[in-house]
Design a protein around this ligand. Structure first.
Ligand code: SF4
Length: 325
């Protein structure tokens, strides 16, 4: 039976600024099931980073949770104490960040860093080093015992990211959050990291929340996809539904603009005209209206996120034929 691990329920988050409240997330709802890989995709400014910060409760002082809940294994993380959240981070929930160079302390050997992050485990230092070496082996670092004595700068970018993944998996988390972990890597290394993540997800059985603006990576790795635009979910569904039967114009434009989908030679890569709206001064109606080439009078009202088929939802009036007519 499918077990819900993470449940984002109607979450709204603002940043208080001198210009007024910046509405970073609005009524976000989606689930991540145990052992599942869910991708979050959208342009810069769509709310991906705020969502991760909110889940981990690593938030700026001006952040305000306005509404909703973030339930992990049934407990609302928004009601947890800071001490409880510290125990959760790096424990049941781990994260891999975008830049592998900034993940590691440059003046401490990889071995010492991997021993230090096992501070909660009551075993000897030799046993911790053995665990660290085993995990480096798991992520495909050759000669792991010797490499534990090396510093981060002695590894390539791809290897540093593998080490970051090894460190994130050392606590055997139920949920791994991967925040654009391949963005700083070239295409070959990207493929290697994706393959490794797939293997590890299968071997460790953890769920992965994979954040990316790269659709090809999402299609390759994920079971389900959540498409975000300007702080809201505009479409969600299985990878197959999203890539083969997208129902929101924003999703369609994202796919059209993905370099992997461009079949003909072009001097200039296609883009979506216009810009993400100012989140401190949101327009009326559909959030995508100013950039949408299918906008109509009905779009002056906010379209609800509507279930189109099992697990496939979209927020667009084009999918409400009876109300348009
Ligand atoms: Fe475009 Fe209207 Fe659909 Fe919004 S609701 S995406 S403006 S057609």
């Amino acid at each position: 039976m499918t077990e819900t691990l993470l449940e984002i329920d109607n979450l709204s988050v603002d940043y208080e600024t001198a210009r007024g409240d910046l509405k970073a997330l609005r009524d976000i709802s989606f689930d991540v099931n145990r052992g599942e890989i869910v991708g979050i995709v959208g342009e810069s400014g769509c709310g991906k980073s705020t969502l991760i910060s909110a889940i981990l409760r690593l938030i700026a002082p001006n952040t305000r949770f306005r509404n909703g809940a973030i339930r992990f294994k049934g407990d609302d993380l928004l009601t947890r104490t800071e001490e409880q959240m510290r125990a959760l981070r790096g424990g049941d929930i781990s994260i891999v960040f975008q830049d592998p160079m900034q993940t590691h302390n440059p003046v401490i050997t990889i071995g010492k860093q991997m021993v230090d992050i096992q501070h909660r485990v009551k075993i000897s230092k030799a046993e911790k080093l053995a665990t660290a070496a085993r995990m480096l082996g798991v992520v495909g670092i050759p000669d792991p015992e010797a490499r534990l004595k090396q510093y981060p700068h002695e590894f390539s970018g791809g290897m540093r990211q593998r080490i970051a993944i090894a460190m994130a998996l050392m606590s055997e988390p139920d949920l791994l959050i991967a925040d654009e972990p391949t963005t700083a890597l070239d295409a070959t290394l990207e493929v290697q990291i994706i393959e490794r993540l797939k293997d590890l997800q299968r071997d460790f059985g953890c769920a992965i929340l994979f954040i990316s603006h790269h659709l090809g990576v999402i299609a390759e790795l994920c079971d389900r996809v959540v498409v975000m635009y300007a702080g809201a979910v505009v479409e969600s569904g299985t990878v197959r539904e999203i890539f083969h039967n997208p129902k929101h114009p924003y999703t369609r434009r994202l796919i059209e603009c993905d370099p992997g989908h461009i079949k003909t030679r072009a001097r200039v890569l296609p883009t979506i005209p216009g810009e993400v709206p100012d989140l401190a001064n949101l327009p009326e109606g559909c959030i995508f209206r100013e950039r949408c080439d299918q906008a109509m009078a009905r779009c002056a009202q906010v379209p609800p996120l509507t279930r189109l088929s099992e697990g496939h939802n979209a927020a667009c009036w084009l999918n409400h034929a009876e109300e348009i007519a």
